[in-house]
Each structure stands twice: as structure tokens, then as C-alpha cells.
Design a protein around this ligand. Structure first.
Ligand code: BGC
Length: 765
């Protein structure tokens, strides 16, 4: 009996103490919020605090990114995973209600309440579509690129997206590669300025915690654009020196601008797939550059180590990628399936897992997701008038006038009363948007046909006859209908190019000519003798030499997005003057690829006196042709050089001066010159400054873009332009992989494109 009472008393006192303890804890937890939940605590402190509380499974959960499926099965699979902390990020959730519900599962139901990071490919606009990135590069306006990215971020965040897989920073010198559309072209300097601008735009400068900022992702690291033969996913063989000289700079620029994440690329460079290249992801990115965010694999690129032939199975692929520095596994779930066992067997270290988790948590803290996990931006921002205006402005600034014989453009309403508009891209609501638009809606596109009718039908009568239904279409009867319709026209506008599907990921082309019956259409229209204006909308620079020859004027518009039509209509009718410049060299034939303006000199450069196929006599002697670097059938000159683009006015460059004849290594080169608008319309020029290193310890590039500026001048106006750069920017990567400026002579040139003839020299001592 006594014993029972004692037991009861002790049991009671045990429960009483338990109750008191829990009250005390509740009180404590009210006053003592865990460090990681304290918004004002230092981010690194929060990261360490949270990391210290996580189990191995919770850590592995953060490394797992899944693509959401909108289906009952998707809900059944992914909601419990979010509640169990088994996913760190979802991609492709575009419905705010679903986004918030998933987030609720993670934040309210998982043990530690770590929010999810919602990702999407928001590449050149979300709903309001801007020109493809190659077109944005053609504006030579980093400010415009920043605005486009900012607007994309505002629209995408209104659906709960807080991470974009952009900007794409792959230097591309071979337009057969369809992904040339997604990048900024061939020049590391231009691409670097664009990279910084886009990162600033997406991430809202320093206001990362704002509900409208998206974490940027510098991709694809690295050299993916150098795919052999221009065939997507192909291997690359870029040397360590060339990586540092040409392919790294845009990524370094993105990092300088604060890019929170990087994506490892698909390609194996020199035999090592990027996703298991520790030298790249660890030694360069983290140790040398000090990157503190996280690296996501490209879609399935962990698994693809098996196809590359460098991993026997999924487990080996996972071990190689996490150890090399890929922190988050996109889509294929291999980290989730194998990391626990690999750690158990000692094949993967917990330090590598912790490194990866730290990077991911840091980004989530920086974005303010712990404080504001749910969708906050109003839905009404989509297609806001200011967004459409910016899209129109960017399309306008990116269109490049390649040819304008006899001042065919702008079309004058006095001489041109009736226009025939034809061609498969004249009214292509979908194709005009270009590649990589998951969310753009063709119902919002304003095509050239619509714009001409809406804006100019008072002054001009517009006849529309498609000629061909889409770019690959080839139908003589359809073409002839357009030719007949040209009968009454004073001028013909033919809009040709590529459907959106012909460029972008996995869409490489061996030939760069116009596809389908487009060339035939142009030839038949030419035969009418009417003034012929060719508009090209495409995802890459096409080899359109023959067609451009037939046209009187050519306006090139890399797929210009939602508001491409009004922009092109304003240019055709002279309300605005073209100001875009080629951000890539246009080859005259695909056989010239790879082709780029800043190539190293050869020991036997072409002289301009080369003999083509037609000039070779029968049984010519072996040395008859002189042995220089050119193609017998395609010469060595591109169709259009880098930086090229005409205007409705003529710009004159004169009186180039430097502030000194020589500079110390820590000096600044200051150039000045006079730019004059010699024509009779107000117009904008992209003034360009190039340098060439005359002698260096490794073969220097023949010339390199150093500075550029968009300048608007009234008719007859002259402006004294000043451009300066530190001597340190003349650095190149030496054979020891170190960057240096070597004293010696340099040539400095200014002008309207990369052939800039006005030059002077200076010496670095
Ligand atoms: C592409 C990436 C893209 C990812 C996610 C991959 O196939 O290479 O650029 O971000 O898919 O959609």
C-alpha cells in the first residue's frame, strides 16, 4: 500500500514537473525565437544555426529540386514531400494558389519550416515578352536589358516565382548552335555588361528581400556555346587560357553584380562534364572568385554523367557531382535517392553536403523567404502598359538596318500609297515571340500586320497576302498569290525568317539559309520590279546574302517579342530611326563557322587580293593562289561584321585624339573624337571604340571592343565624345593562365562598327 502511494505521488509530481517544464519552455520559446528565425540576425549566423538543427535527411531534402506536375498525382506526390522537408525547390509552379499551398506545407508542416524556392525559366520576359536575349544584346544598351529583367521579375514574382534560370551567358561564335538566341553574342565585353545589367534587374539591385526580386542564375557554366560543329550538347574543347580569356568574363561579371546562383552546363569540356568538374566549380568558382551562393545542375545533368561515360551508375554520378560542387540536383532525384547511402559508406563527406545546404539556405535567407514565403505581388502587374511600352522600346532599339539602297526606308507616305505586306513572319503571333517563352501568350502579341493596320492605315493602304504560311512552308500557288497581289502595290514588305522552334535548346541547324520556299518568294517578288523591303525575324544570324542582294532594304530583328510589330512599323514608316547593331558576326555561309570578329591573327592572314573559285585558271599551279587564310568558295569576310548597323542618317567620326601618347600600367587611356549627324533626321548611333595589341607574348585578338555608347543627335549636330578605360583592361591571359598587361604598342580605333577605320596609336610603358 505504502509503495503504491509513493508511486502515485512520484507519478503525480513527475507530471506536475513535466507540465511546469513545458510551461517554462513555451514561455522561453515565446521570448527566445530560434536564431535562424530572427530576421535581424546576421545571415551566416542564421545559416549555421539552422544547419546545426538539421538531420542528414533534411539536408539532403534541400538539395532536391523537382519539377511540379499539375495533376492529382502531382499533388499526391509533392505536397507530402514538401511537408516532410524532402524538397528544397520546385520548378514550374506558375499558379499562385498552388505555390502558396506548397509553401504552406513546407513552412507550417515541416519540422523546421524551411521555405521552398520556386524556380522558372524566365528568360526574356514572363508574360510581356521582350526580344530574345540576342536581340536585347543588339540594343547595346545594358540599361534596356536591366529594365527588361526587372519587368520580367515583377511579373514572374506575381505568380510566386523567386528564382529564374537566367541570364544565359554563353559566348557563342557559331550560329548553327540554336542556343545562340538565348545569349548575348560573341563578345565577352558586351556580354559582361549585359550580364551585370540583367542580374541587377532580376535581383532588384541590392533589394533582394523585396517580394519582386528573383534570384538570378548565371548559366551555363561553362563553354557550352563552343559545342563542336554547333550541334547542341556536343563536346567542347576550349583551352584553359581561352576559358579565362573569353568564356569566364560574363560569369565573373554576373558574380560581381551579385548573382546568387550558377548552373553547371551540359557539355564535357576537354573530357570533363561541367557537373563533375571540381576544378571549375570548386577551385575557380568558390576558391578564386569567392562565390557563396549555390550551383544547380542543368536538367538531368547529374544522371547524364552515365551517358557521358564517366559514371557507371546513378550513385557514382551523385557522388561525383556533389563532391565537384553541384549543390542542387535539378529534376532527376538522384541526390535524394543516393546521398544518404553514399554518406553512410564514406563515399561522400558530410562537409560537402553542408557546403551545399549552406549555399541554398543563404539564398533563401537573402530573398527574405523565411519572413515572406507567400506570393505578395499583385496579379495586375502582368502586361502593365509600362511593361508593354518597355517591350516596344527594346524591340525598336534592337532592330538592325543591314541595307538601305537608295534610301528605300523609311517608306514615305507621299510616294507609297499602297503596300503589299507578305511573308510568313508578317503576322506570326507565336513565332515572333521567339524561343524559351513558357509563359508568353500569343494572344497579346502585336504583329507587324496588326501594327501597320492599327497605326498607319489612315495614310497608307495595306494589302496582306501571306505568301507562305510558316517559315518551312513551300507552296508555289501560295507564293504566286502574293506576286499577283503586288500588282497594285507601290512597295513590298516581305517578313521572312525562322519559326520560334528553329532556334533555342536542341535546335541546331547545319545550314543557315532561309528555310522552306522563302528564298523563292523573295525572288518572285523581286521580279515585279517594285521596291522590296525584307524584314527578317530569327533566332540567329542567318546567311541571307543572296536574298539581301535582291532586296532594296533589309531590317533584321532577332525575334522581337510581344511588341515587335509596333516597333518595326515605326521604323518602316520613319517615326523612328534604326539603332541596333549586330552583337554577332553574320556569316556569309554556314561553312565559315565558327566566325567572330575578335579572332587571333593567323600567320598568313588574308590580304583582300584572294582569288575565288571563278578566278582560278584550269590546271593552275599549286602555289598560284598564294596560300593565305580564306575559303576558295566563301572568302574570309563575313556577310556583316560585328557591331554593324545602319541608320536613316549618316554619322561621321573625326578628329580622334588621345590625352597622351603613352601611359603607365596603372594609367587611364582617355580618347576623344567628334561624332556628327550628317543627315536630316534625328537618330541614335552606337559609337564604338576598339583596341588591338600590336605585339604580345601570345597571339592577340585582331581587335577587341573596349567601350561603346548610345548617342542621340539632331540633324547636323556634332558632339565631342569622350571615352576612357584603365590600362589594366588591356590585360589578356598569358600562357601561364595569369592575366597581365604587357607594355608595348597598341592601336585604338573608333567608328560605327568593328571595322572602325579612324585610328591612332599609343604605348604602354
Ligand atoms: C536548359 C536550361 C534550363 C533548364 C530548366 C535545361 O534543359 O539547358 O537552360 O534552365 O532546362 O528548364
Amino acid at each position: 500500500m505504502k509503495i503504491v502511494i509513493v508511486m502515485e505521488i512520484s507519478a503525480r509530481s513527475f507530471f506536475v514537473s513535466l507540465f511546469l517544464l513545458s510551461v517554462a519552455f513555451a514561455g522561453l520559446s515565446r521570448t527566445k525565437t530560434p536564431l535562424y528565425r530572427q530576421a535581424d540576425a546576421d545571415i551566416d549566423v542564421r545559416v549555421e544555426d539552422l544547419l546545426g538543427r538539421m538531420t542528414l535527411d533534411e539536408k539532403i531534402g534541400q538539395l532536391n529540386q523537382r519539377s511540379y506536375w499539375y495533376s492529382q498525382r502531382g499533388r499526391e506526390l509533392f505536397f507530402p514531400m514538401a511537408a516532410a522537408g524532402q524538397v528544397g525547390s520546385f520548378m514550374n509552379v506558375t499558379d499562385p494558389a498552388t505555390s502558396d499551398s506548397l509553401q504552406y506545407m513546407a513552412v507550417e508542416c515541416s519540422r523546421l519550416g524551411i521555405p521552398l524556392l520556386m524556380a522558372r525559366d524566365v528568360i526574356h520576359g514572363y508574360k510581356t515578352i521582350f526580344p530574345i536575349p540576342l536581340g536585347l544584346a543588339a540594343t547595346f544598351s545594358p540599361e534596356m536589358a536591366a529594365d527588361a529583367a526587372r519587368i520580367a521579375a515583377v511579373e514572374a514574382s506575381s505568380d510566386g516565382i523567386r528564382w529564374t534560370f537566367a541570364p544565359m551567358l554563353d559566348i557563342a561564335r557559331d550560329p548553327r548552335w540554336g542556343r545562340i538566341a538565348e545569349g548575348c553574342g560573341e563578345d565577352p565585353y558586351l556580354a559582361s555588361l549585359m550580364a551585370e545589367a540583367m542580374v541587377r534587374g532580376f535581383q532588384h539591385g541590392d533589394s533582394l528581400g523585396s517580394s519582386t526580386s528573383l534570384a538570378a542564375c548565371a548559366k551555363h557554366f561553362v563553354a557550352y556555346g563552343a559545342a563542336e560543329g554547333g550541334r547542341d550538347y556536343n563536346c567542347t574543347n576550349v583551352t584553359g587560357r581561352e576559358l579565362r580569356q573569353t568564356y569566364f568574363p560574363p560569369f565573373e561579371a554576373a558574380l560581381r553584380a551579385g548573382a546568387l546562383t550558377f548552373m553547371s552546363s551540359f557539355n564535357a569540356n576537354d573530357g570533363i562534364p561541367a557537373s563533375c568538374n571540381r576544378q571549375l566549380l570548386h577551385d575557380v568558382l568558390r576558391d578564386q572568385w569567392g562565390f557563396k551562393g549555390f550551383v544547380v545542375s542543368d536538367c538531368f545533368s547529374v544522371r547524364e554523367l552515365i551517358a557521358h561515360g564517366v559514371a557507371a551508375d546513378e550513385a557514382e554520378a551523385a557522388a561525383k557531382c556533389i563532391s565537384a560542387g553541384v549543390d542542387m540536383d535539378m529534376e532527376d532525384g538522384i541526390y535524394a535517392s543516393h546521398l544518404r547511402t553514399l554518406v553512410g559508406k564514406g563515399l561522400v563527406s558530410e562537409e560537402d553536403i553542408d557546403r551545399a545546404v549552406r549555399g541554398i539556405l543563404r539564398v533563401k535567407f537573402k530573398l527574405g523567404l523565411f519572413e515572406n514565403p507567400y506570393v505578395a505581388t499583385p496579379q495586375s502587374v502582368k502586361y502593365a502598359q509600362s511593361h508593354l511600352d518597355a517591350a516596344r522600346r527594346s524591340a525598336l532599339m534592337s532592330a538592325i538596318l543591314l541595307k538601305n539602297d537608295n534610301k528605300t526606308l523609311p517608306l514615305s507616305p507621299c510616294r507609297t500609297k499602297r503596300i503589299l505586306l507578305t511573308g510568313p513572319l508578317a503576322d506570326a503571333t507565336y513565332d515572333q515571340l521567339g524561343t524559351w517563352i513558357f509563359d508568353g501568350e500569343k494572344e497579346h502579341t502585336v504583329t507587324l500586320l496588326q501594327a501597320l493596320r492599327n497605326q498607319y492605315s489612315d495614310s497608307i493602304s495595306i494589302v496582306y497576302e501571306p505568301g507562305l504560311k510558316y517559315s518551312r512552308h513551300d507552296d508555289d500557288a501560295c507564293i504566286e498569290r502574293a506576286v499577283v497581289a503586288a500588282d497594285d502595290a507601290d512597295a513590298i514588305i516581305v517578313a521572312v525568317g525562322e519559326e520560334a522552334i528553329l532556334s533555342g535548346e536542341g535546335h541546331s541547324m547545319a545550314g543557315l539559309g532561309l528555310v522552306g520556299g522563302q528564298s523563292k518568294l523573295i525572288e518572285r517578288l523581286k521580279s515585279t520590279g517594285k521596291p522590296l523591303v525584307m524584314i527578317v525575324m530569327a533566332g540567329r544570324p542567318l546567311a541571307i546574302g543572296r536574298e539581301a542582294e535582291m532586296a532594296d532594304a533589309v531590317l533584321y530583328s532577332f525575334h522581337p517579342g510581344t511588341m515587335g510589330g509596333p516597333a518595326l512599323a515605326d521604323l518602316l514608316m520613319g517615326r523612328e530611326s534604326p539603332s541596333g547593331k549586330t552583337p554577332v558576326t553574320f556569316p556569309s555561309t554556314s561553312g565559315q563557322c565558327p566566325i567572330y570578329y575578335n579572332h587571333p591573327s593567323t600567320g598568313r592572314p588574308a590580304t583582300g587580293k584572294e582569288i575565288g573559285l571563278d578566278g582560278i585558271p584550269e590546271e593552275a599551279g599549286n602555289t598560284f593562289l598564294g596560300c593565305t587564310s580564306y575559303y576558295l568558295d566563301a572568302g574570309y569576310e563575313p556577310l556583316y561584321p560585328f557591331g554593324y548597323g545602319l541608320s536613316y542618317t549618316d554619322f561621321d567620326y573625326s578628329d580622334l585624339k588621345l590625352d597622351s601618347a603613352d601611359y603607365p600600367l596603372d594609367g587611364t587611356v582617355r580618347a576623344s573624337f567628334t561624332l556628327t549627324n550628317k543627315g536630316n533626321c534625328r537618330a541614335t548611333e552606337v559609337a564604338q571604340l576598339y583596341t588591338s595589341d600590336v605585339v604580345a607574348s601570345v597571339t592577340p585578338a585582331v581587335t577587341e571592343l573596349r567601350r561603346f555608347e548610345r548617342v542621340t543627335l539632331a540633324p547636323g549636330e556634332s558632339r565631342r565624345m569622350e571615352m576612357s578605360f584603365p590600362v589594366s583592361e588591356l590585360a589578356f591571359v598569358g600562357s601561364d593562365l595569369e592575366k597581365r598587361v604587357e607594355p608595348g604598342e597598341f592601336i585604338l580605333r573608333v567608328g560605327t562598327d568593328s571595322r572602325a577605320p579612324l585610328s591612332t596609336r599609343f604605348t604602354v610603358r
